[in-house]
Design a protein. Structure first.
Lengths: 355, 355
DNA sequence: GTTTAGCACTCGAAGGGCGAGAGTGCTAAA
DNA sequence: TTTAGCACTCTCGCCCTTCGAGTGCTAAAC
């Protein structure tokens, strides 16, 4: 990437700011007027011509103002953006809200999505914490009807999975409970491999049940994120680039398409990384449907144990600074909560968040 | 409501059909031409004038065609609509899909929302089955970290609730399990009142835990529907009445506003009822945000045990026939699944659905 | 060499005018 | 009671013009 002069960087930054603010192509005179620049519009025009040459800006048509290209945004995000933190009072307020409802993981996730959407004024996406490798904590079998049995699987880290089994023949609750206790004793803390290694010892009901358990744990491992919580869809529809009906529909299809979001959440290697936060601009060439979108992604959780993803989805001209700082803050906050509440781990971020 | 002549009813029906099809005001000549009517356009015009007088049709402006009013739709839905069933092959296909995944309630709900959205070509809403009065089936306590304990509550009917408790002092898993077993033994099958009546016998850990259990069960009772599953949002944005950006935004706000949907799901008494299905047209005067919407609602489940809601949301000119028949069919199908899988109940609808 | 004033040129957005077409209500005849 | 005929109305789409913001280029100023 070409090296820019300080003045060129400055002008690129101003253009991007102004375009984010107004959603209109930015002209040289307008820029000089609005920011009281000490240089003339002709100079700005010359610099803009250079930036256009470099592919960082473009003109929608001759004799229009300039608009940042994807490259321009990338340059801005990776080299020019100033990492600002959320104001102290805001952080305190948000922390407070989370610590109010520390008893329900689902509520954290919902709240995180809501806060993220509000702060970034875009759409947000949050997945619940999900074990990287499922380890069994507890197994419960509950008779419902005839051969139908409700199996409740609690994983280390608190994830609860349930499914309905159909046994070959009815079994009394008494026997089910005994089997569940035996299996819990035997396999507590084990992952799929650990369990598989010792299934040969089992027989009868125990063997049947453990086969279901293994199947479910494999499913749990292969899932990257079960549910994806969304919020702020309306924010994004309010943006002028999505007001046309066709664009709006396409936008919503993206947000409704769970598999895409899951792919997204699964994505770990990305082109631009800012302090653990990944910024995906315009689909980065590979995701065609995401052309008009930018995505700021972060992850949270206890590394190696359970992690989740959170992110902001907005138009290319979204407010990257705000999105990044909010994602970063929430990522730390949720990591604290997970570590503190679900695992017996030291708190990594607490000091940073609350001080 | 005024009594209409057969011909007037016929014309009203045609106008509504045509308007649903084209989303354009319907003119007299167009109607005659399209349906090969044996009466002249002048006659149709006269009848239309009468229907307009009655408030069933209206003109967007003088010298435009006619559009149904809310009253017109209501008349149509309550008195003119022909209840058609889904084609046999469709029903079979759908049933098959459901019986494929009988092991996971969440998946039923998700599938129901998807099918409903596809069949009705509008947005759909489905809530999971929720006990009308929570009765305890099973209690489990799992130590996580220090004083933190994960409480898993299984209700009769299979609903699982989890929350994180903070005890006064750390307690070993051994003791927690014993307490959980004791309490399960003692209170199995009981509702909140039943449990409350005998709490005085308890002390120590058991007393603390049961207080949490009661609190959670009260919460369960007060919730009408926990999660609301949506699908088909894009269908609705494709409709011409929601293409403008302002309308689209408002539409999405409705669908994003969970509380409104929950209110809706809670609503049991409605003005127009068709075979157990409730049709809410244009907010029925009381819900202002719903002015441009119609909603077809049904419920399912095992009465007195656990019920859920499912519905279709679309523009006023949605295809009521299709929506109603799909809701009715799925309502029966889900009721079967719930009764068959979650409760030991005879199957009420099975014959109807699969024959 | 860099910056800036001046200027001709370009192009989209906004507004006005116009004709076409669909639809109505009314009247009078069938 | 129904229908043909007719004058009238109103929207929609189209074209045209104007307006103004913005550009690139050139030559002068710093």
């Amino acid at each position: 990437m070409v090296e820019l002069s300080e003045r060129q960087k400055f002008i690129l930054t101003l253009v991007i700011h102004e375009y984010i603010r107004t959603a209109q192509p930015v002209g040289s005179q307008a820029l000089v007027a609005r920011y009281n620049l000490t240089i003339s519009s002709a100079t700005v025009r010359n610099e803009m011509a250079v930036l256009t040459e470099y592919g960082l800006l473009r003109q929608p048509h001759t004799s229009a103002g300039r608009v940042p290209t994807e490259e321009g945004y990338r340059y801005f995000v990776s080299r020019l953006i100033r990492a600002t933190d959320l104001p102290d009072t805001t952080r305190r307020t948000i922390s407070h809200q989370f610590y109010q409802m520390r008893h329900d993981v689902e509520q954290w996730v919902r709240l995180a999505a809501s806060v993220l959407a509000h702060q970034s004024r875009a759409a947000s996406l949050v997945t619940p914490p999900h074990p990287e490798k499922a380890r069994l904590k507890h197994l419960e079998l509950i008779a419902t009807r005839g051969r139908q049995v409700l199996m409740v699987l609690v994983m280390v880290g608190g994830e609860v999975r349930q499914r309905i089994l159909t046994l070959n023949e009815p079994v009394a609750q008494e026997l089910l409970s005994q089997s569940a206790d035996r299996l819990t004793q035997l396999f507590q803390g084990q992952d799929v491999e650990g369990i598989r290694a010792r299934t040969s010892q089992l027989s009868g009901l125990d063997a049947d049940v453990i086969a279901w358990v293994i199947e479910d744990m494999i499913e749990a491992n292969s899932e990257v994120a079960g549910e994806v919580y969304l919020d702020g869809l309306t924010n994004v529809l309010a943006e002028p680039e999505f007001t046309g009906s066709e664009e709006a529909r396409r936008a919503l299809r993206i947000l409704e398409e769970r598999s895409l979001l899951q792919d997204l959440a699964a994505r770990t290697v990305m082109s631009n990384t800012v302090g653990g936060i990944q910024v995906l601009i315009g689909g980065e060439g590979t995701w065609d449907e995401l052309r008009p979108w930018s995505i700021v992604l972060g992850s949270y959780g206890a590394p190696g144990l359970a992690t989740g993803t959170l992110g902001v989805l907005g138009p290319l001209r979204m407010s990257y600074g705000r999105a990044i700082s909010t994602v970063r803050f929430l990522s730390g906050l949720l990591s604290d909560l997970v570590a503190e509440t679900l695992f017996d781990e030291p708190l990594n971020y607490k000091g940073e968040n609350l001080s």
